[in-house]
Ligand binder design. Structure first.
Ligand code: ZN
Ligand code: CU
Length: 493
């Protein structure tokens, strides 16, 4: 008769709940207590210290950015504005073969490790030291980490333009094992880059062997995303089969005009392999890529925008063909003079981007570059762009499917336990957004802009962003690989 009201720290009332599984939204109230989801349903008999009226806006699990280069950013800029403003509550660092740890540099960081910062940003000779630094910085978002093959190579080898010896592979494996024992999610490679291109498949296969026992995975920025992409995909599958681990193909794309239109073929390869082994991929919702400037890619068949240049910072924002004309040199020669530099490559077709993004195996990852002074807009815009531009406006996919690609799919694949779904007992990483207004504001010309329509973000139950402003609370921390990373009930892959 006298039912006592239950008490929550926070009550979110009247939301359209997108639970992360891909199920259509339902009207629900959600209670948060002690950093966890305490109840879901009609909670009108609950009391709470803070009540937030959702008024029918969308409530979803906080987004998981599976592809980041935020390794040093989470420590140096722990407020993590580019991510928290998008509703991202967890970032996975260490992608593309480059990680901030374990690293002991002998000089300047080799390309593309310089994307993570200059020499003095690399202060973590062990993974344990990195974990400690992350937690000491109290970042606003949770941080999961991969270990970069290129980072390990640079620790163990005197030069990177050759294969590692058996002894060097042993050294790399020992460092990887230290990281896995401290909760690293897996191994990443960046085989397209000069610093890893000389590594034969067998080197990666041998290095990947300790992953399975730890329940970890292998992710790869493949050997090539150009004409030989199918061979590069086969190489990735082979590593996964050898090591008995899941594979994630990073930022899957058909790069270069001669390759445009091949996404159907590429996805067919992926689907064929998925019948035999666990494989997924991530992508960012733009038809231009970005990285350090690779002179081999300056072929004159696509536009390339320079985003930074150490010798010529004044050229940021200009096309390389404009710079070449100004200097009266070939584009190749201009590229050489600009080095080291960063670039945006206009190298994908929109049809391919859409086909890959909407494939059920594809997760969303920003691949944002936080140290770039003129960053590709994916850094600030990737998640709202999928929700607003692609799901709502272009109707490429249902909103609940867009949310799934940013939440439960990502958590299951990477082994982030009790995240990625709005589920009783799970960590209360949540985002409240307006499906009618959500929109990426970042552009190539003006990339450092917060998205519209992200109304509130909670990390581990703590309100971190609300109505366009940070609250000042930073409740994220390092997250270790969870126990349920493989073969869980959800059929992760
Ligand atoms: Zn990459
Ligand atoms: Cu990347």
């Amino acid at each position: 008769m006298h039912s006592h009201p239950e008490a929550a720290d926070t009550l979110i009332v009247g939301a359209q709940l997108y639970d992360g599984t891909g199920a259509p939204p339902v009207e629900r109230d959600v209670a948060i207590r002690d950093g966890r989801i305490a109840a879901i349903g009609n909670l009108s008999n609950w009391l709470a210290e803070e009540v937030i009226e959702a008024n029918g806006r969308a409530l979803a699990p906080g987004f998981i950015d599976v592809h980041t280069h935020d390794d040093t950013h989470v420590i140096q800029s722990p407020q993590m504005l580019p991510k928290i403003t998008q509703g991202v509550t967890t970032v996975i660092v260490g992608n593309c073969g480059i990680s901030a740890s374990p690293v002991s540099l002998k000089g300047d960081p080799p390309d593309p490790m310089n994307l993570l910062g200059e020499r003095d940003a690399f202060q973590y000779p062990t993974f344990a030291a990195y974990v400690e630094a992350v937690n000491a910085a109290r970042p606003a978002v949770n941080v999961g980490a991969l270990i970069g093959h290129t980072a390990l190579r640079s620790n163990q080898m005197d030069r990177l333009d050759r294969a590692a010896t058996a002894e060097e592979i042993d050294g790399m494996r020992a460092q990887l094992e230290e990281a896995l024992s401290n909760g690293a999610l897996g191994l990443s490679s960046g085989l397209a880059y000069g610093s890893a291109f000389s590594a034969p498949t067998e080197e990666v296969m041998a290095l990947a062997e300790p992953l399975a026992a730890a329940g970890a995975l292998y992710t790869t920025h493949m050997r090539t995303e150009f004409d030989a992409i199918l061979d590069a995909m086969d190489e990735a599958y082979r590593v996964g089969r050898h090591a008995h681990v899941p594979v994630v193909i990073s930022h899957l794309k058909c790069a270069g005009p001669s390759n445009w239109g091949r996404s159907e073929e590429v996805l067919k390869s992926l689907e064929g392999a998925r019948r035999l082994q666990p494989i997924g991929c991530d992508c960012y919702p733009y038809n231009r890529s970005s990285s350090t400037l690779d002179v081999k890619q300056v072929t004159g068949d696509i536009d390339i925008t320079i985003t930074w240049s150490e010798p010529h910072p004044e050229m940021a924002g200009k096309l390389i063909k404009e710079i070449a004309a100004e200097w009266c040199v070939t584009q190749q020669e201009a590229g050489k003079r600009l080095q080291p530099a960063g670039a945006v490559y206009h190298n994908m077709s929109e049809d391919d981007v859409r086909r890959i993004l909407s494939h059920p195996a594809t997760m969303v990852g920003s691949d944002g570059l936080p140290n770039d002074p003129l960053p590709h807009p994916r850094l600030w815009g990737a998640f709202p762009r999928v929700l607003g531009h692609y799901a709502r406006d272009a109707k490429l996919l249902p909103l609940e499917e867009a949310v799934r690609k940013m939440t439960s799919l990502s958590a299951h694949r990477f082994g982030l336990a009790q995240r990625g779904e709005v589920h009783i007992g799970y960590h209360a990483d949540l985002v409240l957004f307006d499906p009618a207004r959500v929109r990426d504001a970042a552009t190539f010309e003006n990339p450092q802009q917060a998205a519209d329509g992200i109304d509130a973000v909670w990390v581990n139950g703590v309100l971190t962003y609300r109505d366009g402003a940070v609250t000042g609370e930073r409740a994220g921390h390092f997250v270790a690989r969870g126990a349920a990373s493989k073969g869980d009930a959800h059929g992760a892959f």
